[in-house]
Design a protein around this ligand. Structure first.
Ligand code: PYL
Length: 285
């Protein structure tokens, strides 16, 4: 997983209204509606405030704190209507502070994993899994529906795997390309074993880019998708950081490109936990 840099996230928290407006223009839906769609929830039934108060805990392990990371995560959750704070202390002290302040849900990330934990239900949501779901849902909305449509997924890592499973859930046909053939075939076998659904392994990136108009870019390669692979009917959902679209091609694809370093993944983590709470609430009857 690429480690974000301070400059990747510096402007997010104060541009969320504009970002949400941009999502509405591109997909016809808000950040909350896309996140709810990603986990199969109707936004009317599920308001993020059901999560109660949320704490974001800075974590100093590994390469340490990314300046602005916790504040940005909190800003995204606030934008969704959740009462959120960043703990004054990091690590264990932050965890104790979260408990002392009665929070039920905690967001925290080290260099390997970013999770959101609901302490009451003892469930958690993983950022890579949620990011894949969120981007598949955004592509489903942006293209008017992926049912019976083929989608090229670039990258067979945790985000690409989650996106592939979601695309299948939306009725789409998945074509996977990874620079490691082994990674592609392993994912193909995993999906066949878990869902009985076949996905198609692409062996030639150039040919795959030429043939596909709906693309999920879930790999951390900068600028390899140039204008000659993008057409008036191309749609790209790109969770990968850095962005795989070549800078010279950005103007062309911009109205049909979804890309952010944190927003969709964090929003989908929030709705993923909400989904657990609502399902649990149903069981309590
Ligand atoms: C969660 C992001 C999405 C893409 N890459 C992931 C990343 O940068 N992970 C590292 C997050 C480190 C956070 C640091 C802090 O500020 O608490 N431990």
């Amino acid at each position: 997983m690429t480690r974000l840099k301070e400059e990747d996230i510096a402007c997010i928290a104060w541009q969320l209204k504009e970002y949400d407006h941009e999502l509405q223009k591109k997909t016809g839906h808000s950040l909350a509606e896309i996140a709810a769609h990603a986990v199969g929830l109707q936004t009317k039934a599920a308001h993020a405030s059901l999560l109660g108060r949320i704490a974001v805990i800075p974590v100093t392990s590994g390469q340490g704190i990314i300046s602005g990371f916790s504040r940005t995560v909190a800003g995204i959750l606030d934008h969704l209507g959740v009462n959120t704070f960043v703990t004054a202390a990091s690590d264990v002290g932050g965890f104790a502070e979260a408990i002392e302040r009665g929070t039920e849900t905690i967001f925290l990330a080290d260099d390997d994993r970013f999770i959101a934990v609901n302490l009451k239900l003892r469930v958690y949501s993983d950022n890579s899994d949620s990011t894949g779901k969120g981007y598949a849902a955004a592509l489903d909305y942006m293209t008017g529906g992926l049912k019976d449509k083929s989608v090229l997924v670039l990258g067979a890592g945790p985000v690409g795997r989650s996106a592939a499973l979601s695309i299948i859930g939306f009725g789409g046909e998945v074509h996977i390309y990874d620079k490691s053939e082994r990674a592609s075939s392993t994912l193909s076998q995993l999906i066949l074993d878990s869902s009985g659904r076949k996905i198609y392994v692409e062996h030639d990136l150039t040919r795959a880019l030429e043939e596909h108009r709906r693309i999920i870019v879930a790999c951390p390669e900068a600028g390899f998708i140039t204008n000659n692979y993008l057409h008036a009917d191309s749609y790209v959902a790109a969770p990968g950081v850095p962005l795989g679209i070549h800078p010279a091609a950005l103007n062309t694809i911009w109205p049909r490109l979804i890309h952010d370093p944190l927003q969709l993944g964090v929003a989908t983590m929030c709705y993923d936990l909400l989904n657990s709470i609502i399902s649990e609430g149903g069981k309590e009857r």
